[in-house]
Design a protein around this ligand. Structure first.
Ligand code: FPP
Length: 227
């Protein structure tokens, strides 16, 4: 099977999953973390080289404080508890986004996990946390001013993004049936194939990831040409 080099996922539908079961939204997020873990392992087994998961957007601060706290707690718990396993699997963890807004303990745990796995040569696992595509581009413009770059090129922009050194996603998967980018990797997704499934994120399985890759293989990618 043809394996995409980089898969990006908008993990949507945790809240609806919980609502359908008459449970609080936070139960959906808890289940969402379990699904994320399964999909990371599946991606690694499939031989995907780069996996980017959209876990917390710059817009998610608009949610009720209680939900934000639970989400951040779950993400922190995941990073702490799964570090040994990630390291064992040779996975290199990177965080995309402005983590300076988080509390010091979370920042320390994230930095520790990224440093511990930094030499790993297996799957590059990027978790987008307090990430926004527009915010990322604004940071690039700021960096270009600081570096006194007078003639920007696509190559220069790419080298200043969080995805520096990684290929653009070949495949973007979005769960829960919504056809939106939601401010995710706006530059990098320019030529990505998009796969939307109605499945809610907590119900997404390794089989669904495989189905998305099969559909991806059937696409004819022209990158703007006409052949
Ligand atoms: C959207 O569901 C999902 C999020 C806001 C991201 C949360 C993702 C996780 C908790 C998975 C954790 C990932 C890792 C890497 C450990 P929603 O609340 O918007 O659902 P809704 O649209 O049904 O309300």
């Amino acid at each position: 099977m043809f394996i995409p080099e980089h898969v990006a996922i908008i993990m949507d539908g945790n809240g609806r999953w919980a609502k359908k079961k008459f449970l609080p939204r936070t139960f959906g997020h808890k289940q969402g973390v379990k699904t994320a873990k399964k999909i990371i392992i599946a991606a690694n087994n499939f031989g995907i080289k780069n996996l980017t998961l959209y876990a917390f957007s710059t817009e998610n601060w608009k949610r009720p404080k209680k939900e934000i706290n639970v989400l951040l707690l779950l993400l922190n718990k995941f990073i702490k508890e799964e570090l040994i396993e990630l390291n064992k699997l040779n996975i290199k963890l990177k965080v995309f986004g402005d983590i300076s807004k988080f509390n010091n303990n979370i920042i320390k745990d994230i930095e520790f996990a990224c440093n511990t796995t930094s030499k790993n040569k297996g799957l590059k696992l990027n978790i987008a946390l307090n990430y926004g595509g527009r915010q990322e581009l604004v940071h690039v413009f700021e960096k270009m001013l600081i570096l006194n770059i007078k003639k920007p090129t696509e190559k220069i922009v790419s080298s200043l993004l969080y995805t520096k050194g990684q290929p653009d996603p070949d495949l973007l998967i979005r769960t829960s049936g919504e056809f939106r980018l939601s401010n995710f990797l706006l530059w990098q997704l320019a030529y990505s194939e998009i796969y939307v499934t109605k499945k809610l994120w907590p119900d997404f399985t390794e089989r669904d990831l495989k189905n998305a890759m099969i559909k991806f293989r059937e696409r004819k990618r022209r990158f703007g040409s006409c052949s």
